[in-house]
Design a protein around this ligand. Structure first.
Ligand code: SF4
Length: 421
């Protein structure tokens, strides 16, 4: 535990192991390809992987999509040499056809893992071939190794060795985790007004603009699912700034303050810069308190955003979290969040989907936050659900998104109330 971090060892955590009902890490491609604008994600997988990507990204139509699946056919399963040759052929054709690609991710899947296709060697080989115009990296999004948001963690971890070294001990702030550009721009304005900086973001919008990292780098996590990325950054000398996550008025203020304290920003300046945004956020959230106040919420383990979300819903909207599930609980990164949860909050790490469904049905929560696979059956049983995937696709961080975040939970309740009239 970091010095000064609140103790969280006294919060009882139920650990469950059993069948999981979560998307695999390939899902992250849907938001990552929009973020790194000159990157391409090539999944080395099966038709199932291609279908998953198409349906997860189904609402978006691209003239030239920046992700695809190289299908491993049955003949590849028979002999590895074929699979490597085929992969080189597919990549060569892709790069010739798409000269705009500067960074290519080979994304591992269950099938590539099963046939032990060594994608890190393939990435090195192809990087050499296409150097310096295209960098080829690899990571795994396989359902055997990753859940839903861990694909982003694996992708960002692959980027860390590519980041240039910051000479000396020049101080900089690195914000880690894919954020919508509108949110990034708001944070840049706030940090600039506070005198905190220079501020850089991982992932960067373009492959050539990867931020520098070194001994003077202090980093704030913008997402709670980036444990491996944080470790890789620490191995390069950067230091984590413990903070709650920037969800809601309170979370955003505390997240900004954690960095401001390190930069020695005065309390007056901090209040002057953040006060108007915080007030706007509180007013926008208040619009939803009538709908959400006093309502119960049950969070299935899915995105790893569950703990910060429960904190926001309980403290800023007066909701009662009945159960807060999370696929993994990073105790150090979530220490500040755990300290803010209401007393007696029930935390569950891991998943045994049948047992959780039984508890959810028995509790009859007003709102259930869960994956797509569970939402339809629960809706059919009369429960009101919120798809957790929406919380990853929608800009929800920062002051100006706090009202939208509350609205995401209010909307299904309003809709059900209308249906019942
Ligand atoms: Fe399914 Fe595995 Fe492909 Fe994910 S990586 S879509 S879990 S086969």
């Amino acid at each position: 535990m970091l010095a000064g971090a609140p103790a969280c060892d006294d919060i009882p955590i139920l650990r469950e192991r059993g069948q999981r009902e979560v998307f695999c890490g390939l899902t992250g491609i849907v938001w990552l390809h929009r973020k790194i604008q000159d990157a391409f994600f090539l999944v080395v997988g099966s038709r199932t992987c291609a279908h998953l990507l198409q349906s997860a990204a189904g609402v978006m139509i691209f003239a030239e999509p920046r992700f695809a699946t190289a299908i491993i056919e049955e003949k590849d399963l028979a002999g590895l040499a074929d699979a490597n040759e085929e992969l080189d052929r597919v990549v060569t054709r892709l790069i010739q056809r798409r000269p705009d690609i500067r960074m290519l991710f080979l994304v591992g899947s269950c099938p590539s893992e099963v046939i032990k296709l060594d994608l890190s060697r393939a990435a090195q080989r192809l990087s050499k071939r296409f150097s310096p115009s295209v960098r080829v990296l690899n990571y795994s999004g396989s359902g055997i190794e990753t859940t839903f948001t861990e694909g982003e963690d694996a992708c960002l971890t692959a980027l860390v060795p590519e980041m240039p070294a910051e000479p000396g001990t020049a101080r900089s702030l690195l914000v880690v985790g894919a954020l919508a550009e509108v949110v990034e721009d708001q944070f840049i304005r706030l940090f600039t007004a506070l005198g905190v900086g220079p501020v850089r973001f991982l992932p960067s919008r373009r492959a050539a603009e990867l931020p520098a990292v070194g001994e003077g780098t202090r980093f704030l996590l913008a997402q709670p699912f980036l444990g491996a990325t944080a470790r890789a950054l620490e191995a390069r000398g950067a230091r984590h700034i413990p903070a709650p996550f920037p969800l809601g008025a309170e979370g955003t203020t505390q997240w900004l303050r954690a960095a401001a304290d390190i930069w020695g920003v005065s309390a007056e300046r901090f209040a002057a810069v953040t006060g108007p945004g915080e007030q706007r956020a509180r007013a926008a959230i208040a619009n939803h308190r009538e709908t959400l106040g006093g309502k119960s919420v049950f969070l299935f383990p899915d995105s790893q955003l569950e703990v910060p979300l429960a904190r926001f819903l309980a403290r800023e909207l007066g909701m009662h979290p009945l159960e807060i599930g999370t696929p993994y609980l990073h105790r150090q990164h979530l220490a500040q969040e755990l300290a803010l949860l209401p007393a007696g909050a029930k935390l569950v790490e891991g998943q045994h989907v049948d047992q959780q469904l039984d508890r959810c049905r028995a509790a009859r929560p007003d709102v259930t936050v869960c994956g797509l696979g569970l939402a339809n059956p629960l809706e059919a049983e009369g429960l009101t659900t919120k798809w957790s995937i929406e919380l990853v696709f929608t800009p929800i961080q920062g002051y100006d998104q706090a009202g939208d975040l509350a609205g995401l939970f209010a909307r299904p309740l309003v809709r059900r109330a209308k249906l019942m009239v």
